[in-house]
Design a protein around this ligand. Structure first.
Ligand code: SF4
Length: 389
């Protein structure tokens, strides 16, 4: 059993966008309808006390608090300040507490940025590419696209005064978009890190353009094109976390990234009403699939560690399907995202629905890295290193 080191606090349960792929509002679980809109002071205080309790019980020297939603900034600066104040007061000097926020950026004006700077909260923004790619999905309820507003927020965030807060971009892949156009559009915003996420889906409710069991590799091919562009660039202008995690795992090192490898899950979600939930992405699977039945008011995070769903995601290889356990790249792939393994009614002992794509991407990266390692080992000591394209 491993302790939680990341705590996702749902500050606000609603959003000011109506993205068509949103896992909170557009998938199987509709529990957001019954939740309070904003996390109350009572929930914030109880969550802070539970985090401190967990820090002390496990002698943790560092934890990360991720402010999440819905759209967390809808909760307002006052709520954000209450959270940071409550957690710092409860944890004290026992552990370093890092705060981060994942936002759509729409409320990121200078007053908000000044507050985030004051509170030392790192900012990740969701952006799916240039205007055309982003506005395919990430629209207001009116149907109008949000790209211009997000781009303006990113330009404010990249200003010298706030740049230290900028943690990166999160992009959900749509294989209809040209991968190089998307990559270059994202790079234009100089993200320190880039997360390329596969759209959520599973064997019962498949992701877009991914037929379960089909040997085609539309997502693998898309990611391979981006990988080659990134890997062959003269300088790495961003860290694409999926790719660096796969390279790290191929070199037998830790991944530190949920989407790759067999690292046990180390995060838990606190909803606006204080309920403890597993990965939010399980909301794509079935109504209540992310629920634990626990609450910060009644239960410790140690009790959440005992929950069968959490334990299953801490067991690594032992929790995987027979196909995955026998797979030669399992230590790199890790069986794919837990939610993507689901088959109704309650079966997670499957390879990810993206299995052929995983094999395509990991196989390609292995070939590229192995070829470079061979060349490096065979190079005479005086020969120059590989000159990237
Ligand atoms: S999901 Fe597919 S590629 Fe990944 S470990 Fe399982 S069988 Fe192997």
């Amino acid at each position: 059993m491993r302790p939680f080191r990341q705590f996702l606090l749902k500050l606000h349960s609603r959003c000011n966008l109506a993205c068509d792929y949103c896992y909170v509002y557009r998938h199987a679980d509709q529990s957001w309808r019954t939740r309070p809109r904003v996390m109350s002071e009572a929930v914030i205080s109880a969550a802070a006390r539970r985090i401190a309790e967990h820090v002390h019980a496990w002698h943790l020297d560092a934890v990360t608090i991720v402010l999440h939603g819905g759209e967390p900034l809808l909760a307002g600066v006052g709520t954000v300040r209450k959270v940071t104040g409550a957690v710092h007061a409860a944890v004290g000097p026992a552990a370093k507490v890092t705060f981060a926020i994942q936002t759509n950026g729409l409320l990121l004006d200078e007053a908000m940025l000044d507050a985030l700077l004051d509170l030392d909260i790192r900012v990740g923004i969701s952006l799916d590419g240039g205007r055309a790619e982003h506005d395919r999905h990430r629209n207001f309820a009116s149907g109008a696209g949000s790209f211009d507003a997000v781009a303006a927020a990113l330009n404010r965030l990249r200003h010298d005064r706030y740049r230290s807060l900028y943690s990166g971009l999160l992009c959900t892949v749509d294989v209809r978009n040209d991968p190089i156009d998307v990559y270059e559009s994202l790079l234009a915003f100089e993200p320190p890190a880039l997360d390329l996420l596969l759209p959520h889906g599973n064997w019962t409710n498949p992701p877009p353009r991914r037929a379960p069991g089909d040997p085609g590799t539309p997502y693998g091919d898309w990611l391979v094109t981006v990988f080659d562009r990134w890997y062959d660039a003269p300088d790495h202008r961003t860290n694409i976390r999926l790719f660096t995690a796969i390279i790290s795992l191929l070199l037998n090192r830790a991944s530190g990234y949920e989407a790759a490898g067999l690292d046990p899950v180390d995060y838990i979600t606190v909803e606006t009403d204080g309920s403890l939930e597993q990965s939010d992405v399980l909301k794509t699977v079935a109504e209540g699939a992310a629920a634990t039945g626990l609450s910060v008011f009644r239960n410790s995070f140690d009790e959440a560690l005992q929950h069968p769903g959490v334990q299953a995601r801490q067991q690594g290889l032992a929790a995987l399907s027979a196909d995955c356990r026998a797979c030669r790249i399992v230590r790199v792939c890790g069986g794919g995202h837990y939610a993507h393994r689901f088959r109704a009614p309650d079966d997670f002992a499957n390879p990810t629905v993206y299995c052929p794509d995983q094999k395509r991407l990991i196989g390609h990266i292995r070939e590229r890295v192995s070829a470079d390692l061979r060349r490096a080992a065979e190079r005479p000591p005086t020969a120059p290193a590989r000159s990237p394209a």
